[in-house]
Design a protein around this ligand. Sequence first.
Ligand SMILES: Cc1cc2nc3c(=O)[nH]c(=O)nc-3n(C[C@H](O)[C@H](O)[C@H](O)COP(=O)(O)OP(=O)(O)OC[C@H]3O[C@@H](n4cnc5c(N)ncnc54)[C@H](O)[C@@H]3O)c2cc1C
Length: 341
Amino acid sequence: MERVLFLGHTGENGELGRAALEALHAAAGLAEELGCAFDAGLVGADVQKAANNIGSCGASSFFAVSGVDFAEARYGSDVLAAEALCRKSGATIVIAAGTSRWMRVLAGAALRLGGRIDTHATALGAGQGAVSISRWYYRQRMEAQLSRAVRPWIIVLEPGSAPAWQGEEKAAALVDVPVEVTDAAKRTSFAGYRAPQASEQTIRPDAELLFVAGAGWTKKQADGNIHIEEASKLILDFMHKSNASLGSSKSLVDLQGEGQAVLPFLTHLNQIGQTGATPRHAKGFATCCHGEEPHVVGWRFINERRAVNTNPNCGWAQGKADVLYVADAFAVMAKVNELLS
Ligand SMILES: Cc1cc2nc3c(=O)[nH]c(=O)nc-3n(C[C@H](O)[C@H](O)[C@H](O)COP(=O)(O)OP(=O)(O)OC[C@H]3O[C@@H](n4cnc5c(N)ncnc54)[C@H](O)[C@@H]3O)c2cc1C
């Protein structure tokens, strides 16, 4: 008989993040499918608030590894916490979110437990009683279904792949799991976060909309001139008003290296595509981007696609977008920004 453990860590506010709630939804669903019990294992400085938030999730036990040693991400202490929680629960299937904190430690925990781990899982199932996961390979072009005989099996779920668990708050009785953190496990100390200003932050994985800027923004326009400043203003104005996530084509971010006029707020981190990112958003809107296959492959998980291009024969018109507006993106975005004001 399988036993499932949901493994979560708290964020800065002492609560579970969205990715953790998605993993919890998946864990609870899998346990229901298997007809088995599941536990919740929480790590953080103080996890009572997080436990109460998910108190009605149906977990049999709420195990906790908490204290100052577990406030911040650190391999040495986090791996001990994960191992202790898995042992305490005796779970055969452990489900955690693919956060940067868990991604660093769970392979180590699997090794210590004599188990196995799979990361970047996008779906879980228990068809005919056997647990299996889905995972994409070759830059999201092939999807495989895997199952394993070895237990415990740690499954790390890709954020954005499942709905987030929602439910009533309820006081949860925590079972403290003691973990001894030796000095050797504390050699790394947390100094702080270094992150761009909120106004400079353009990559927003949780955004409803992906807005893609292509190289056309930097090309000569109908008047024979380039209009970089106007393009920058239109794009940033839209970003501020819409809270969308900003993606780019490879051509646009490559221009910088070629010494051409560029949009300064775009880097290769914004690049979507075969050699870029494959984000997940409900909607996507491509502007001044041709829609070539190596770019569009990065749109695999974008549900509703629209594009604006002056060329009616661009790639988006070849079945790659749901709606193509054959229009000048400068004029379209100026109007959109005006409407959003
Ligand atoms: C191995 C390999 C990997 C690659 N990986 C990636 C990848 O990960 N990501 C990626 O993006 N590309 C990738 N590419 C490159 C890809 O094939 C394209 O070259 C690239 O995506 C083109 O970028 P673009 O559409 O922005 O530019 P362009 O092809 O230059 O297209 C610009 C578009 O803007 C339009 N336009 C111009 N002005 C306006 C206007 N005023 N209003 C509306 N439209 C306008 C034009 O009609 C044109 O369609 C890869 C290529 C290879 C060979």
